[in-house]
Design a protein around this ligand. Structure first.
Ligand code: ZN
Length: 429
């Protein structure tokens, strides 16, 4: 079966942080040909119709077809505690996160939340995510199974913590290694799943655990390793007391074998010059989580400066420290933080970050994150007039970016007309 999906289309031929908005390509009346779960053709709608007369046609009219969103950092177990009030990072973890994560020792609860979370993602147009789980191997098992059932490209790992966490929410160096290795063997490369080695962050792992996970990564260098880095000043000071011989926060990871090209570091707000230099040298990825950074009061990510240094940067919700499941809302928050730093981001840069940029951070940009021949057909279809407020603003737009920007700033799941995963429509009409 060949599907022909018609509408406005948006794709990228380069990085708009390097090439500017001309790296993006908009067709007013375009289309995507989908065969066997992959993109088999792109072009003008009428030419594609003529070339594929037997295709099943889905015509979205004025709606915009894009690669599905890629969320480069999230905590699916925090789905049920999103938008909890009034705490900063360490208190947030102790008050809200850890009690909720305790519940994931129950596989039935883990399965319920995993399914609910992925359905929320699809309703928001997000087709791939890199998620933390809890210390329980069953929490990772539940997410991988739920993603497999939905055909989604998923990256996830069991979170490892062996200190500074409550009873019932600690593993140890050996069990973290063993459990991660078993999950990796079972899921890494199975279907669309990738295993990600996942120490939560330096304060909740002993040096022995960090070393054990560094050893596991050395055995499986094709895996990503995800963790948190320099989110809040209190946290950084704590890391200094826990690892007094380290040069800085990043050095803690490097000293234990946890810095490399497949390293994915969430937040990375308060970086020292040495850390920035090492991150750029190694080609590691930094993930900007703007709704989380404002919600938990963490600080203003230096997008312009980091990108100018050549850092690999992705964009993420950080659910549930982040206050939204929506990558539209996340783009809006990234724009607002850019404004507070006097470096506003162009709509093309925001959209790239939410799709190809995040895919590049997760090293899956050869498979998802763009409309291009041979890519997996994970698509989102955006209604550019999804509410009266957005519609009246978009109606007076004189060019495409002006028509798209109100949806970036004011849009949410109501803007998601449909989501396609692996060439199948999974939400919407
Ligand atoms: Zn996080």
């Amino acid at each position: 079966m060949t599907d022909l999906i018609l509408g406005q289309t948006l794709s990228f031929s380069a990085d708009p942080f390097v090439e500017g908005p001309s790296a993006a390509h908009h067709r007013r009346r375009g289309g995507v040909v989908v065969q066997d779960g992959r993109i088999a053709g792109l072009g003008e709608a009428e030419a594609l119709r003529a070339a594929h007369p037997d295709a099943r046609v889905t015509d979205y009219g004025d709606a915009l077809i894009s690669a599905g969103f890629v969320d480069a950092h999230a905590h699916y177990p925090q789905t049920g505690i999103i938008a909890s009030w009034g705490k900063r990072l360490i208190d947030w973890l102790n008050s809200y996160t850890f009690p909720e994560e305790m519940r994931f020792g129950d596989p039935a609860y883990a399965g319920e939340i995993a399914g609910r979370y992925l359905d929320l993602l699809l309703a928001h147009g997000t087709t791939s995510v890199a998620s933390y789980c809890t210390i329980h191997p069953g929490s990772a098992e539940a997410l991988f199974q739920a993603a497999e059932a939905r055909g989604m490209r998923i990256l996830a790992g069991k979170t490892c913590m062996d200190r500074n966490a409550p009873d019932g929410l600690r593993d140890n160096a050996q069990s973290a290694y063993d459990d991660s290795k078993a999950l990796l063997a079972r899921w890494h490369g199975r279907g669309r799943a990738s295993y990600v080695i996942t120490p939560r962050f330096a304060p909740t792992s002993t040096p022995e655990q960090l070393s054990a996970l560094g050893a596991l990564w050395a055995e499986h260098p094709d895996c990503l390793m995800q963790t948190h880095l320099s989110e809040q000043p209190d946290e950084i000071a704590w890391v200094k007391t826990l690892f007094p011989t380290a040069q800085d926060y990043l050095d803690v990871y490097e000293a234990h074998g946890l810095l490399g090209p497949g390293g994915v570091y969430g937040h990375a707000i308060h970086l020292e010059p040495r850390e920035r230099a090492r991150l750029a040298e190694t080609g590691a990825a930094l993930v900007h989580c703007p709704t989380s950074n404002t919600f938990i009061g963490s600080g203003l990510f230096d997008m312009a400066g980091l990108v100018a240094e050549g850092q690999r940067v992705g964009l993420a919700t950080d659910t549930g420290g982040g206050s939204s499941f929506s990558m539209l809302r996340t783009m809006a928050a990234a724009y607002e933080i850019g404004q507070l730093r006097h470096t506003p981001l162009h709509a093309a840069q925001l959209w790239w970050l939410a799709t190809q940029g995040s895919a590049r951070a997760l090293r899956i940009d050869d498979r998802v994150g763009n409309l291009a021949l041979g890519m997996e057909a994970d698509l989102v279809v955006i209604d550019l007039a999804s509410t009266p407020a957005i519609a009246q603003r978009a109606a007076r737009a004189e060019e495409f970016w002006e028509a798209l920007f109100p949806t970036i700033m004011m849009g949410d799941d109501r803007a998601i007309r449909a989501t396609w995963v692996g060439g199948q429509r999974v939400t919407g009409v």
